[in-house]
Design a protein around this ligand. Structure first.
Ligand code: NAP
Length: 280
């Protein structure tokens, strides 16, 4: 557990949209912990100082979101292995006064599939749509779970090629035009592009090209059933939405700051879905 239990945050710019206070607030009440978790708007030029003075300001640590994940990577004294591989930090905590950074997105991605698609790691070749920050976390998770054939497909091929270089053996980069061939023998399809998000509800790939046993997951979770998941469901494929990734990635930080590894429960999921209905 971190040095100073009691106070944690999510920082970003802007930050009002974040659902992290809802999630951590639920766990604080559920486990009857007298702590707090607040959203803090930090402008990019103020981040380094904010990170350097966490302990002085009474924080045990917190979450970092857009646009600070790379700045947090640079600001910490030590990082966990996932943060090093992904190149970004989304969770901060203090260990004996030293600022440490981790990345929990890969854990969150894998835990969501563990919960909703048991045995997913045996699915066979994986196709990942997108080559941004979230794709890095997904590739890391897939490598950790033994995937040996990971096909990264991106509008900007050079970004996919960068990821193939970064993560090494078993990762290949492709243009969207070859998707039908890539999908024909794939066991797992993951959307990490922003296509499908509320206001941009487009199909990033056609799941009818997939074999019958394939699993389809989208890390976009607003709407909960994205156009990709709806098309995969109509095709009769197993689908997993992205909300579980958000919930599971939050748990390790809570454990660091408040000393309890929290459960992702149906109640918590329902609470966040109700919030999504109020403000998509
Ligand atoms: P990012 O770094 O900005 O990457 C965005 C990706 O989407 C890039 O590969 C980009 O392609 C692609 N893209 C954007 N617009 C496109 C279009 N019109 N056509 C085709 N491709 C397009 O973003 P990120 O941080 O990886 O996040 C991606 C999504 O994941 C966001 O919706 C985010 O909310 C979600 N997310 C969810 C969770 C969760 O817990 N469920 C966690 C993290 C992120 P180019 O390279 O060609 O620009």
């Amino acid at each position: 557990m971190a040095d100073t239990a009691g106070r944690a945050f999510v920082c970003g710019h802007p930050i009002a949209h974040s659902r992290s206070p809802l999630i951590h607030g639920y766990w604080l009440r559920h486990y009857n912990i007298a702590g707090s978790y607040e959203a803090v708007d930090i402008a990019p030029e103020a981040f380094a100082r904010f990170a350097a003075t966490l302990g002085e300001n009474g924080y045990a640590g917190g979450n970092v979101t857009i646009p600070h994940k790379e700045a947090a990577f640079a600001a910490v004294a030590r990082r966990d292995a996932a943060a090093d591989m992904i190149g970004a930090v989304n969770t901060l905590w203090l260990e004996e006064g030293v600022l440490v950074g981790g990345n929990t997105d890969a854990l969150g991605f894998a835990a969501n599939l563990d919960e909703h698609a048991a045995g997913w790691q045996q699915a066979g070749p994986a196709v990942i749509l997108g080559a941004g920050g979230a794709a890095r976390a997904v590739i890391h998770a897939l490598k950790q779970r033994g995937f040996a054939d990971i096909r990264v497909v991106n509008r900007t091929l050079a970004r996919a090629a960068e990821l193939a270089d970064r993560f090494g053996a078993g990762i290949t980069a492709h243009e969207p035009a070859v998707l039908p061939d890539l999908l024909a023998d794939a066991g797992l399809l993951v959307n990490t592009t922003s296509l499908g998000m509320h206001g941009n509800e487009k199909l990033p790939a056609d799941p009818t090209h997939l074999p019958d046993h394939a699993i389809v997951t989208d890390i976009v979770y607003v709407p909960l059933e994205t156009p990709l998941l709806a098309a995969a469901r109509r095709r009769g494929l197993k689908t997993v939405d992205g909300l579980g990734m958000l919930l599971h990635q939050a748990a390790p930080g809570f454990a660091k700051w408040f000393g309890v590894m929290p459960d992702v429960t149906p109640d918590l999921r329902a609470l966040v879905i109700a919030d999504m209905e109020r403000r998509p």
